[in-house]
Design a protein around this ligand. Sequence first.
Ligand code: SIN
Ligand code: CO
Length: 391
Amino acid sequence: MMDPARLDPARFDPDAFLRDHWQRRPLVLRNPWTGWSNPLPADELAGLACEAEVESRLVTGAAGAWRMESGPLPEHRFAELTGAPWTLLVQAVDQHVPEVAALIAAFRFIPDWRIDDVMVSYATAGGGVGPHFDQYDVFLIQGAGRRRWQLGGRCDDGTPLLPHPDLRLLADFGVEEEWLLEPGDILYIPPGIAHDGVALDDECMTYSIGFRAPSRAELIEGWTDHLLDALGDDAREDDRYADPGLPRQDNPGEITPDALARLQSMATAALLDAEGFARWFGQHSTRPKYPDIDWRPERELAADDIRAAIAAGAPLVRNPAARMSFIRQGGTDLLLFVNGTCLPCTGSAATLAERLCAAGGEPVRPGTVDDAALSLLLALVNDGAAGFDAD
Ligand code: SIN
Ligand code: CO
């Protein structure tokens, strides 16, 4: 793989970006890379859209008459696309193409758990998906060709949409700014800002580094489901409201403040368990986006295989599809979360886990490993979260 493209510190200051733009206002960066080249040929993108385990969409037509088809697309579909402009959008290309995953490294001034995936689009001249807004922050990197972006105001759930079976298109799009993006240029758009990108050339490719932010409803649902599952395990039928020493009430019809306070604390005590929440969130946020794809190695590796790989100097490389984060546990201990599982790490395993998390997509050489580090490596490799690079 070629060296990943990097943002030139002389042309992009992440601290200033976080202070002035992140989640606040759009920004156009004129080719801030140390060297930009389009990381994915268009025909490979089309190939991905034909694969069953890859999420893709094809939007055909232009202003006012867009049609959407969901992938996987039959190969012959591309030959039929003549005349009218079209856009092909492929989700999570970073999971399948290391050169696309490498783009994420440039945006790691944002924590990994906030990063969703890299969507790649290919459009012919005039192609676009229509004016819309997204719920999430996005960096739109112009990979090849040119695209004209128009930005409008802030939208929310109340913003009127056009009736459309598949696309969330804005009923009114008031253009406030316009930018023409050339290869290497980046447009950052915070959540909720109306936007519309139209390809000016055939072979227009855009890489969207997309972020995620859990909604309040998703957090409450996930955390309470988790708590209920845990309660269900040791079914405490006897874990009930109790009121020994109950004082007599003037009016038996009243539910007293005392009773309510006890009831509410029964319901909320478990919800306020900060340690339990941390563990749940680590697992929740690292769950694989496409759990049906099995990345495990064909043959399960044994400790001796790991020792041999290390002795041969093979670097450990993360599977770009693996989600990995950690939470400190006081001292040097930590909980490592990998694809929805929690691996408690101490000593050398904790040091290795931190190195792996810091490295992102960069290879790591584990060095001499003791039993703790070895069992962490075994777990990661046999889960398909990482592998030793044989070359
Ligand atoms: C595109 O890449 O064509 C569209 C991306 C977006 O507007 O979110
Ligand atoms: Co968008």
